[in-house]
Each structure stands twice: as C-alpha cells, then as structure tokens.
Design a binder for this molecule. Sequence first.
Ligand code: COA
Length: 191
Amino acid sequence: MSQIPEMDDDLRPEYDFTSLTVVARGQGRMDYTIRALTGEDGAIVWEMLRYASHEPSLESIQEQPYLARYASGWGRAGDSGCVATRGAVSVAAAWLRLWSEDNKGFGYISKEILELAMAVAPDCRNQGIGTRLLMQLLDRATDRFPAVSLNVRQDNRVVRLYERAGFIKVPASEVINRTGGVSFNMVRKFE
Ligand SMILES: CC(C)(COP(=O)(O)OP(=O)(O)OC[C@H]1O[C@@H](n2cnc3c(N)ncnc32)[C@H](O)[C@@H]1OP(=O)(O)O)[C@@H](O)C(=O)NCCC(=O)NCCS
C-alpha cells in the first residue's frame, strides 16, 4: 500500500480535465467538462453534499455535524475529487475523504481507506455523469490506496451503480440510519 499523500499532491488542480458529451433524454446533446476538485472548491462540495444527503438546504446540513463533516474544512490531507461543469455551472461531484479512529465517517472501515460521497444535480441525473465521475476517481485511487468505502441507504437504487463499479456490501454493516431506514457499507478493494 502506498503512503497517504499530502494535500498538495492530492488536490492537483491540473489533474485530468476531460470532456464528456451526453445525450440527455429529450434535450439533445449536452457537453460537460470534468476536472479535479481543488482546495478552493469547498462551495461546490457543500452544494453537492446537499443533494447527496437529500437535505433541503445548506443550513439544514450545517446544523447536523455528522453530515457537515463531509464538506467542512474541504482541502485537508487526503481529500480528492472531481466535478462536472456545464458552462459556469457545477452539476455533479464525487469526492473522497480519509477518516480516523477519532473521527469516523458513516462508511468508515480504516484510516487508510477513503470514503466516497457523490451527487448529481437533479436535472442531470441518469445521463452517465455519476458513473463517469466515479470511474475517474477509482482510477486515480487505485495505485495509492487499498480500497474505497461508502455508506448507502439500502433502498437507494444507486446501489446498482456501485455494484457495477465493483463495490460489494460489507457483511454485517447494516445500521438504522437517521431517517429510521437501513443503511449499510460497501467497499471497492483494489488489491
Ligand atoms: C446517485 C447519483 C450520484 C448517480 O449519478 P447519475 O449521473 O444519475 O448516474 P448514471 O446516469 O451514471 O447511472 C445511472 C444509475 O445511477 C443511479 N441513479 C440514477 N438516478 C438516481 C436517483 N435519483 N437516486 C439514486 N440513484 C440514482 C442508479 O443506480 C442508476 O442505474 P439504474 O438505471 O440501473 O438504476 C445521482 O443520481 C444522485 O445524485 N442521486 C441523488 C443523491 C444520491 O443518492 N447520492 C448517493 C448517496 S450514497
């Protein structure tokens, strides 16, 4: 396993600018640019966290520290991610954070394993953007980390996307989540 990188290496602004053209249902072709998130992109991470956590507003996330920690202090060591933009608008992001024994994300497995969060703006879903962002992130993490984990609601159909990307359910990881439903962890191992 490689060493955990420092922030400067991890949030390389020049990383991987790519174009993505999708055919959106009923809307013709749409062009997106995918680029790495930098340490300056905290606002994008907050916005996308709102979608990922199904919360109505930024304020409601900020009142819930266990949700807010997925965006707060964005740019710390171990953070990395990518964002899809359409013109000047950010429409999707996927990002990875490391946790510690003292500060565990919902999907925490160990301090060397990154946890994934991702979201696509509602009007841009089901066009392959989330899959594309996820594959780019996994590609980048594969040589440097043993695995990527995540926490997901059992009834979220995104589980199918994660399975297609090679994630498997972590046995006995089911917990009752904050909405009273069941969530569990998934992991994508690289070795
Ligand atoms: C989940 C999400 C990031 C996927 O991105 P996307 O660009 O829509 O996905 P793609 O077009 O690449 O792939 C389609 C797959 O995404 C998932 N998906 C699509 N729309 C979704 C939605 N509204 N909610 C949950 N998952 C969805 C499904 O697995 C779908 O595959 P399927 O057609 O076999 O069911 C995006 O739909 C989203 O932001 N949903 C709401 C937030 C969320 O649930 N985030 C994950 C938290 S763990």
